[in-house]
Design a protein around this ligand. Structure first.
Ligand code: ADP
Ligand code: MG
Length: 240
């Protein structure tokens, strides 16, 4: 589904991604771990061109999205993204937050979008919040809404950038539960997270990023139980 070839990204003199090559298959659940500042967010943001790669190529479903001729807005619609901070529009109801993009892009008419939104709200246990505003919700509820908002665009892949890092501990579980349910449904997912229990349970593959490169990758069993690289061991010793 996604083919990344020798991706580099620099901010001025700082080279953040130093040649990353990866292949993400349809239906695969990939978890990306690594120290702070290693380039995880930059990698994720390059996948849907929220950051412009300095060099390299990204191919999504057979189409080169780093090519100038590519309509990136069309591609972005197929890639849902959920951030650490939920980025909901504070002045709009939950229903409006969710239906805005599918209606604006012409994916659905308002009636269809609202029907879809209510079904998704039900799926995450928040059907009674349709007419609330973001400020009336807890952090965990807001993040579940952010996931629903991304899902309403019917994406082919979901990208998560530390979706539980900004939450109070007691709200982490409810967001991870939604992500686990999504994984079970067969969604292709790329998740940056420090939740190692989630990674063990859900990931088909764990990538360890260090200093702008994927230093090591494998199944959760391989990475967590039997890491090969010293830097992976050092990192896991700190977080486990
Ligand atoms: P991670 O998500 O693994 O913590 P990031 O991808 O956010 O790492 O950042 C990697 C490095 O790139 C850091 O040193 C960070 O300061 C730098 N960086 C990220 N975004 C920018 C930017 N927009 N401008 C300049 N430097 C940036
Ligand atoms: Mg980050």
């Amino acid at each position: 589904m996604i083919d990344v070839k020798n991706l580099t990204k620099s901010f001025g003199d700082l080279q953040v991604l130093k040649g990353v090559s990866e292949h993400i298959n349809k239906g695969e659940r990939v978890v990306l771990i690594g120290p702070s500042g290693s380039g995880k967010s930059t990698f994720l943001r390059c996948l849907n061109l929220l950051e412009t790669p300095t060099s390299g190529e990204i191919i999504f479903e057979g189409q080169s999205i780093t090519d100038d001729k590519c309509d990136i807005n069309k591609i972005r619609q197929k890639m849902g993204m959920v951030f650490q901070h939920f980025n909901l529009f504070p002045n709009m109801t939950i229903l409006k937050n969710i239906t805005l993009a599918p209606v604006r892009t012409g994916l659905m008419n308002r009636e269809q979008a609202e029907k879809e939104a209510r079904e998704l709200l039900k799926r995450v246990g928040l059907e009674d919040k349709a007419d609330s505003y973001p400020a009336q919700l807890s952090g965990g509820q807001k993040q579940r809404i952010a996931i629903v908002r991304a899902l309403c665009m019917k994406p082919e892949v979901m990208l998560f950038d530390e979706p539980t890092s900004a939450l109070d501990p007691e709200m982490v579980g409810e967001v991870l539960d939604v992500m686990k349910e999504l994984a079970k449904s067969g969604m292709t997912m790329v998740c940056v997270t420090h939740e190692m229990g989630f990674a063990r349970e859900v990931a088909d593959r764990v990538l360890f990023m260090d200093e702008g490169k994927i230093l090591e990758e494998g199944t959760p069993g391989e990475i967590f139980t039997n890491p090969k690289e010293q830097r992976t061991k050092d990192f896991l010793n700190k977080v486990l």
